[in-house]
Design a protein around this ligand. Structure first.
Ligand code: SF4
Ligand code: SF4
Length: 297
């Protein structure tokens, strides 16, 4: 059972101590934001600032990519399991240094958005972050409770096996049609940190006032391929989408695919080499989501 009040209290005490001792320059957490409707990222820089930090069931935002703004400073972060998986991915990709981060690992059994389980929380493997320096248990104590998780996420690989190419395309097109190409999904994603995204290169006609289906497909399929072996299943992309586009299944399917065929899962092992930098002689040349298998090579 979660006790958010006790967790908030412990987070504030911990953050104040770290700042007072000078262990960190800032503590990254969340602050109430009535305009947005849910807590948004906040850097507490003094012991007085920590009173602004909140922790409740609407704290679903993945904070990991905000660490990139302070990458050369020593910073503490209030981190759930999904934030920590994303931090691990960013360390593996040499974007963050482990020694610069103090992880306040906050136990979480799933966040809520609009009274429903937030995107990504349905498939979260554990209430306990898989890397941490300081423990904030479900009841605000120094011990994790290892709570039962919803575990109701879709197995996309199974779904793909039991559908035709036309049915799979239909699902993709139904979601794509809702997209307004605002790029909020990209901005929220821990893996989308390129300074010049392929969609922003003005020399190409990617950006249109009234984007057609093919432009939207180009964005989403290319983004998905760029996230292969890098997506940490955090669900941030779906949580921020203003149009209710449910494309996380594509990324989840990709994660399942990479795990099944290449034995790699992003956000698990800080010492791992980036997935795309690895090559084994027996790597399989197989197509994603049941397309045609590539033979040879
Ligand atoms: S956030 Fe939603 S509407 Fe905006 S680009 Fe992504 S999928 Fe499209
Ligand atoms: S693609 Fe979506 S689920 Fe995957 S890491 Fe990015 S925001 Fe999270």
């Amino acid at each position: 059972m979660m006790d958010y009040n006790k967790q908030s209290q412990k987070l504030k005490e911990t953050a104040a101590k770290l700042l007072e001792e000078g262990t960190v320059e800032a503590v990254l957490g969340l602050k109430d934001n009535p305009e947005v409707g849910w807590p948004t990222p906040y850097f507490a820089r003094t012991a007085g600032d920590v009173e602004n930090l909140v922790w409740n069931e609407a704290c679903f935002t993945n904070l990991a990519n905000y660490l990139l703004d302070m990458r050369d400073k020593k910073v503490a972060i209030a981190a759930k399991g999904c934030d920590v998986r994303s931090i691990i991915n960013l360390i593996v990709e040499n974007q963050l240094k482990r020694e610069n981060i103090v992880i306040i690992g906050i136990e979480c059994s799933g966040m809520k958005q609009n009274d429903s389980l937030a995107a990504g929380c349905d498939a979260c493997p554990s209430s306990i972050p898989n890397m941490y320096d300081i423990v904030v248990g479900a009841d605000g104590s120094d011990t994790y409770k290892d709570l039962e998780m919803p575990n109701s996420g879709e197995n996309v690989t199974e779904w793909a096996k039991n559908t035709t190419v036309d049915e799979r395309f239909e699902r993709f097109k139904k979601e794509i049609d809702k997209c307004i190409l605002c790029y909020a999904c990209r901005q929220a994603c821990q893996g989308c940190y390129c300074k010049a995204c392929f969609m922003d290169r003005k020399a190409t006609p990617w950006e249109q006032v009234d984007p057609d289906t093919s432009t939207k497909m180009a964005f989403h399929l290319t983004r998905a391929m760029h996230l292969a072996g890098r997506c940490t299943d955090c669900g941030a992309c779906e949580k921020v989408c203003p149009s209710g586009v449910n494309l996380k299944y594509l990324f989840k399917g990709l994660s399942e695919f990479v795990e099944e065929f290449y034995d790699f899962k992003a956000g698990v092992d800080m010492e791992a080499k980036p997935f795309a930098n690895q090559y084994k002689q027996d790597d399989q040349q197989v197509a994603f989501l049941g397309g045609d298998t590539i033979v040879g090579v």
